[in-house]
Design a protein around this ligand. Sequence first.
Ligand SMILES: *Cc1c(COP(=O)(O)O)cnc(C)c1O
Length: 394
Amino acid sequence: MSAQITDAVTMSAQRPPYQIPFNRTALAGAEPDNIAAAIKAGQIVGNGEYGRRCEQLIESLIGDGRRVMLTTSCTHALEMSALLLNLQPGDEVIMPSFTFVSTANAFALRSAVPRFVDIRPDTLNLDETKIESLIGPQTRAVVAVHYGGVACEMDTIERIAFRHSLDVIEDNAHGLLGAYRGKPLGTFGRMATLSFHATKNFTCGEGGALIVNDSDLIDRAEIIREKGTDRASFFRGEIDKYTWVDLGSSYPPSEILAAFLFAQLEAHEAIQSIRRGIWQRYDDALRDWATANGVRLPTVPDSCEQAYHLYWILLPEPEQRTRLVEHLRSLGIVAVFHYLPLNLSPMGRCLGSKEGDCPVTESVADRLLRLPFYNDLSESDQHAVIGSILDFRL
Ligand SMILES: *Cc1c(COP(=O)(O)O)cnc(C)c1O
């Protein structure tokens, strides 16, 4: 054999049998037509027709009387919530350490201090029994992150918040269309945020929304979203010129993104039904293996209708996760870990947190793995993922 042929044979022998990413974006169908329509209408600035339609659709999905404002990201919606709370330097906000950076960063930008609470070992949501020990004279708010779209224990969190006059903010990046005791996630906090980032159930690449559940905050939220101006009142004809009246920034997404997002939101039933199927297939196929090997799988309490955002497995040892990731990668399957504990991050330490503050988080973060999960994950690809896991010797 010539050297070239030998190379080709070796390479094909080494090529992994699958190509299954962790995530990718699937079109719901109408995205290109919606974008073309927005372009044809000649208005691609924010707050256009598709933007309004997205907001109204979300409002109707979570129930009347809520005000939804699209933003350029969930990060920006969290920043809006921090501005709306009028946080002062040194104010403290309680939140899980096991969350995305933006949950903390949005408040730190206002010079507030994140106080990290540990998570429950079952749902990986903030441990409501550990909130009260962190409350002090500077505490202003609690941020509930519904991990994987499975609700936090909102009854207890609301009771604690009421007792100590704290605001509740929901970082509901994972949980649109989930519910707790029949009530939609995103309607518990004084404000809640959504993400339409490419990794989330419904996406426009980069996007988000602020849900304002306290009507007293709506006017100021509009001002903050419009660069600190009263432009929203101006466009409604309530005033004859607009000007700078408060702090703010530029948070509305372009109509092009809203047009994309509207196609995804309109397909919410189909998308959630697909995701429910994927989640359930993982769960059915892995339960016995997990029990036999001491691997933990997601817990969904009876009080929660989950939003089917992700499927995680929790291995007994970090070293097993490393080997499983490598095993899957050698077959062309990408499984990824999740949040690094914020209390161990350089910024977290700089703001006063330290190792040992959140022992469950610190232990889980090294052992958790998320499996490929996206709207057009085929059954055969999912079977390949499942088979490859079942073949793995822990
Ligand atoms: C994705 C995510 C965010 C940030 O969302 P962006 O839209 O990317 O800004 C915030 N919080 C949580 C819990 C997330 O998962």
